[in-house]
Structure formats: structure tokens, C-alpha cells
Design a binder for this molecule. Structure first.
Ligand code: SF4
Ligand code: SF4
Length: 442
């Protein structure tokens, strides 16, 4: 039977068989890498998405045979290490994803290879440290320590040492740690009457996330202000740990499972009590919407959380369409250069942040939908910083080209990376939730 060139059906994703007998078998993983790399060699559609594919194609083209058999297997790791699991190749390019019989899921194959490397002890201490966002945040936000960490992050001498000893690139602009954490200082207002919409629960529980809690608490406070302005009762989830995305990206799936055991029981109870659960960081939202359900396909609690989890703008636009959101905007936003991060794109909810911001009068939103090349920690690492800036270059150019008043991305890490890539600019960087708060005059 002839093999079809591409899928006619909608893509599906197989559960991640991480507890299966063969998952950590190096021989099986290398067999699968060989199979998929060979398909990619014949296809090459993804050549400009990131540096993983160009690396693969260079290895093949510069090998003895010009085919995959001319590439030493040990070199495969150079491809694996360049993938930061943004999912873009799977979601936007690949015609061979399931249900196509070739069954290509490049990001999840990279994840499996990373998991094998982690199990074999091949993951560096630096990578383990950078993925411990909760522990780092707790340590760095201790009074006095926080001032020291923030000052050291800006000192060239300290950054030179960090580059050499830790492998954190000296030129990467790092986020500051906040002296007042979000969870300890949040003032959610749960006093409003619950008004359920046709598709939206009328009360909200906020999963703070490590980044909002420790680095940019203002994003969480802005979300609370927007919810209160719209008389939507809100609470902050009483207990939470890291969502697990940084550990997933490292291939440390046992750590992901441990974090899931902390978060899911609390969140599942809230989901069953009728709360919409909102997280303001797209990667964390995606963890609950996609990755945990693929790791735990039979877990009813994980499914309940998946169904209750919303991107904030997905929720707000749905409320607007249900006639349950105020549009009494007081301040125009002018020209907004808005970037859609990969982990928002792959949620498949459409461009909800753009739709919301375009409701603000006298506001022009210039939307850039392309990978900025940072990822959570990948673009911070000494060996990948230059590649990260190179991948981001078209995004930097597009974001700056209309002389915007604001630069904004749903992912605050991408937002900072874009600001660094643009350099000098009169544009102010604000998270979209801050823009909404400004537009409401709050
Ligand atoms: S998931 Fe993203 S980083 Fe990884 S190979 Fe695909 S496009 Fe590149
Ligand atoms: S992931 Fe799919 S689209 Fe991309 S190069 Fe491989 S086969 Fe082609």
C-alpha cells in the first residue's frame, strides 16, 4: 500500500509510555532515533525552526555517506541537547504525526532520549540546579539573600564566575527575584456572587507558578485586579509546588511524578468544586493541559484538572463572549507588539490574548507568532546562548519594526529575551495581563 504524503486527519498524540518496560532501553531509543532522523532527513521541512534540525542535517551532510548511516550514534546527543521541547515541529509543521502510520513525534522522542540520559546520570549538575525553580526561588527570596542575588546577577565579575563555574552565560539578562512573593502577598477577593457562564465556571482558583511567585509577582496581582474588576470571585490555590515542566524538559520524569502528587490532589478538588484554574505562565498551563494527561492517561484527577485549566486570556475571552466581561476601558494602549510563545500556540486555543487586547479602543496589536528561542532555561546556558539569540533574531526584528509603545509576550521569559534582543527602544515591556490592567485604569 502506498504511504500517503501527509495526514488528512487531525493530529493525535499518543500517551507517553514512561512506565513501560522499554522506555529507558538505550538500544530501543537509538533504534527509534534512527528511524525518525531518517524520515526527517528525507523531509527537512523543519530546517528553520530551531538548531536541532540544522544540526541533524549538518551531521548527515558532512558524514561519510551523506546518509544517516554515516553519522556516529554518539553524535545523536548533539541533536537531542538542542531540542528544548517547544512542540512547534509537532504542532505546526510535521505531516507525519499520528495518526499517520509513520508516527513521528519528534519532541516526545527527544524527551524520551533526555529521560534515558537522565537515568544514566548523564545530566549535568548545572541543568539539575536550573530546573529546580521552586528550591532556587525559595533560597533566592530570603531577605538579604534576595538583594545579594539580584546585585550579583548584574555584576560583570560575578557573571564571569557564573559563566565559568555554573555554565550560565554572562550576557544573558536574568530575571530579578522579588522581595515580596506573590503567594504571601496576594489579596484575592472571593466575595462576589458566582455567575457561571455557558462554558466558563464563575469562580477562579489561581495556580501561582514559581515564576510569578518568586520573580514577577506583579503578573499575579494584575490577574487578581482584572478578576475583581469583573466581579469574578477568586482564590489562590492553598498549596502548590512547581508544575514540573522544568523537570520534564530535563527528562527527570520521576521528579515530575513527585510534583504531580503534590499538585494534582489539591487542584482536582478545586476542579470538582467548580473552579476554573488559571495559570499565567503558558508552559505551566501546558503542563496541566497536555503533558501530565499524556503521562497519566488513566488518572481521573489529572483529567479533572485538565478540563478545569485555562489560559487567563482563553478564560477572559470566553467570559466576554458570554456577556460576562466588562469592556469599560479607560486607557488606550497605542501600538502593542505582541508575541505568542510556542507553549501558548500549542494549547490550540487560538490567539486569545490578541483578541482581548484588540477590544481596547485606540489599540493596534502587531502579532508575532514565531519561536523566540529562549525556552525556560535553554537560552540561559553558556553553550546555547548564542544559538538562542540567533533563533530569536527574526522575532526581535518583527517586534521592533512598528515602533511600538509596548512589547508584550504571554511568556515573561520570552518577553525579557525579546527586550534583550531588541536592545535600546522606547517601548515599555509589559505582560499582557498588565496591559489589561492598564487599559481598565486599575
Ligand atoms: S520541539 Fe521545538 S526545539 Fe525541539 S525539535 Fe521541535 S521545533 Fe526544535
Ligand atoms: S519533524 Fe516531521 S516535518 Fe519536521 S523534518 Fe521531521 S519529518 Fe519533517
Amino acid at each position: 500500500m502506498a504511504v500517503r504524503e501527509g495526514n488528512l486527519e487531525a493530529p493525535t498524540r499518543h500517551p507517553l509510555d514512561w512506565q513501560g518496560a522499554d522506555f529507558y532501553s538505550e538500544a530501543k531509543v537509538f533504534g527509534e532515533l534512527e528511524r525518525v532522523f531518517d524520515i526527517c532527513h528525507g523531509c527537512r521541512r523543519c530546517v528553520n525552526l530551531c538548531t536541532a534540525f540544522p544540526k541533524l542535517f549538518d551531521l548527515i551532510d558532512e558524514g561519510k555517506t551523506g546518509e544517516l548511516d554515516g553519522v556516529e550514534k554518539s553524535k545523536y546527543w548533539e541533536v537531542v541537547d538542542r531540542c528544548y521541547l517547544c512542540d512547534t515541529c509537532y504542532m505546526t509543521k510535521c505531516p507525519y504525526v499520528p495518526p499517520h502510520e509513520w508516527n513521528v513525534d519528534f519532541p516526545h522522542l527527544m524527551l524520551r532520549a533526555k529521560a534515558v540520559k537522565f537515568k544514566q546520570g548523564g545530566t549535568s549538575a548545572r541543568d539539575k540546579l536550573l530546573s529546580s525553580t521552586d528550591a532556587l526561588g525559595k533560597l533566592a527570596t530570603i531577605p538579604v539573600v534576595v538583594q545579594f542575588v539580584n546585585a550579583a546577577n548584574k555584576m560583570p565579575v560575578a557573571r564571569g564566575v557564573m559563566d565559568k563555574v555554573l555554565g550560565v552565560h554572562k550576557d544573558r539578562v536574568l530575571p530579578e527575584y522579588a522581595s515580596a512573593k506573590f503567594r504571601a502577598n496576594a489579596k484575592p477577593d472571593a466575595s462576589f456572587p458566582v455567575k457561571d457562564g455557558k462554558n466558563t465556571p464563575g469562580k477562579v482558583a489561581i495556580f501561582a507558578t514559581c515564576y510569578v511567585n518568586y520573580n514577577e509577582p506583579g503578573i499575579g496581582h494584575d490577574l487578581l485586579k482584572v478578576l475583581a474588576h469583573n466581579e469574578i470571585p477568586a482564590i489562590v490555590v492553598e498549596k502548590e509546588a512547581c508544575c514540573g515542566m522544568p523537570k520534564l524538559e530535563l527528562g527527570d520524569l520521576d521528579a515530575v511524578a513527585k510534583l504531580k502528587e503534590i499538585n494534582i490532589p489539591v487542584l482536582a478538588r478545586l476542579a470538582r468544586e467548580g473552579y476554573a484554574i488559571l495559570t499565567a505562565i503558558p508552559s505551566c498551563t501546558l503542563m496541566f493541559k497536555q503533558e501530565l494527561p499524556l503521562m497519566f492517561p488513566q488518572d481521573a484527577d489529572v483529567k479533572a484538572v485538565q478540563a478545569a485549566m485555562f489560559d487567563p486570556f482563553e478564560y477572559l475571552v470566553m467570559r466576554y463572549k458570554e456577556g460576562l466581561l466588562k469592556t469599560d476601558f479607560k486607557a488606550p494602549l497605542g501600538k502593542v507588539a505582541y508575541h505568542i510563545p510556542c507553549h501558548s500556540r500549542v494549547q490550540n486555543v487560538g490567539q486569545k490574548t490578541r483578541e482581548m487586547l484588540e477590544l481596547v479602543p485606540d489599540t493596534q496589536v502587531h502579532t508575532v507568532e514565531r519561536c523566540s528561542g529562549h525556552d525556560g532555561t535553554w537560552g540561559v546556558k553558556s553553550e546555547f546562548f548564542d544559538q538562542s539569540m540567533k533563533i530569536g533574531r527574526p522575532v526581535f526584528r518583527l517586534m521592533a519594526e512598528k515602533d511600538p509603545d509596548y512589547l508584550s509576550s504571554d511568556c515573561p521569559i520570552a518577553g525579557r529575551h525579546i527586550q534583550q534582543g531588541i536592545g535600546e527602544s522606547r517601548a515599555q515591556k509589559e505582560h499582557p495581563l498588565a496591559l489589561l490592567r492598564i487599559a481598565y485604569g486599575l
